[in-house]
Design a protein around this ligand. Structure first.
Ligand code: RAM
Length: 337
């Protein structure tokens, strides 16, 4: 009896100790555990983000970073992982979200347990994260995608969008701006016929691209605002013998797209540096964990070689302007990301 009582007491003390640690006050440690939680594994874009996180961790010296993601681009898969991370009491999580709202209850739970949560790349809405780090303004990215397609298609014909998952925060924001841009007079002879979803899965994206070409025999261009979708679509268009007939553009990794840019299947495309995105996310998490910054609107984060990052309205921090890649500059960037 006595022994059991003692045991209970120890368990109680240990668990209240842990609870206290998980509560508001940051506990100073030599090393903090952070997780870069991505939409899904097997995506070269996120592999590059994690490279950046490792670089930042190395510079900072007090961060241990781990790369995680579900097999498919679902909110459920991410929720499951976050539950585990709460149980493991990690110090910070940077999430590229598969859904802007569905993750909020679990990320709120994580923050209540003392874990610093930010979103990057694909955001969680306010209340479910401290800061949302985006590569560029959604308006700029969305409008630019239509401009790139129009230049390739001579401002005429049917255009379709092949996106990532239907709930992806980032792609959905960009697509709503694409729909605004195409209303402008310059695009009077262009029509956005359909938006389809490849879920950032290469096989599904490929099938959707082929289906678009079958359904719209006069299709002039496919816009793929996803690196996975763009690679699969370029393959599909080439396999169907439609290079130069159906123009392909979107957001692509130079290292993955070099061949298709050089052979003309993809005349031009855009992207930002994913390494910088992962690097900056890691600096932001470290500053939040160690209480150097709180992410309030109007304040800044010191992000090492990336300089200062300003937190704007709704807790959104914006990095820069996308690069445009074409046959002239692709080789130089393909060596980097
Ligand atoms: C895919 C992902 C990611 C997006 C890039 C452009 O890798 O959907 O979220 O930012 O494309």
């Amino acid at each position: 009896m006595k022994k059991i009582g003692m045991l209970l007491l120890i368990v109680l003390v240990v668990s209240t100790g842990l609870f206290a640690q998980g509560a508001q006050e940051p506990v100073e440690k030599d090393s903090y555990e952070i997780v870069i939680l991505v939409k899904s594994m097997g995506n070269g874009f996120f592999d590059a983000c994690f490279e950046g996180s490792k670089q930042a961790a190395e510079e900072l010296g007090n961060i241990n970073t781990t790369y995680m993601g579900p097999v498919q681009t679902t909110a459920e898969g991410q929720i499951e992982i976050i539950e585990t991370l709460i149980a493991q009491r990690v110090d910070g999580i940077a999430i590229s979200a598969n859904d802007a709202d569905a993750l909020i209850p679990v990320t709120k739970k994580a923050m209540a347990a003392g874990i610093k949560v930010i979103s990057f790349d694909s955001g969680i809405n306010e209340g479910g994260r401290i800061v949302d780090l985006v590569p560029s303004k959604a308006e700029l990215i969305g409008r630019q995608q239509v401009q790139l397609a129009a230049e390739l298609a001579d401002y005429s014909g049917d255009v379709a969008v092949l996106s990532a998952s239907a709930q992806a925060t980032n792609q959905n924001a960009w697509i709503s701006w694409m729909k605004e841009e195409i209303k402008e007079d310059a695009y009077n002879d262009m029509e956005l016929v359909e938006v389809v979803y490849g879920d950032d899965a290469p096989d599904k994206s490929y099938r959707e691209a082929v289906a678009l070409m079958n359904k719209y025999p006069d299709l002039k261009a496919i816009i793929c605002p996803t690196t996975v979708g763009l690679l699969a679509t370029a393959q599909a268009v080439k396999d169907e013998g439609k290079s130069g007939v159906v123009e392909v553009t979107g957001l692509g990794l130079p290292s993955e797209m070099k061949g298709y840019i050089l052979d003309g299947t993809v005349g031009q495309m855009a992207l930002w540096n994913p390494i910088d995105l992962g690097y900056t996310s890691t600096y932001i998490l470290e500053a939040l964990i160690t209480d150097k910054a709180d992410g309030a609107v109007g304040t800044t984060f010191d992000a090492g070689k990336m300089g200062e990052v300003l937190v704007e309205d709704k807790g959104i921090a914006v990095m820069g302007t996308p690069f445009v890649f074409n046959a002239e500059n692709i080789e130089q960037y393909a060596a980097i990301f």
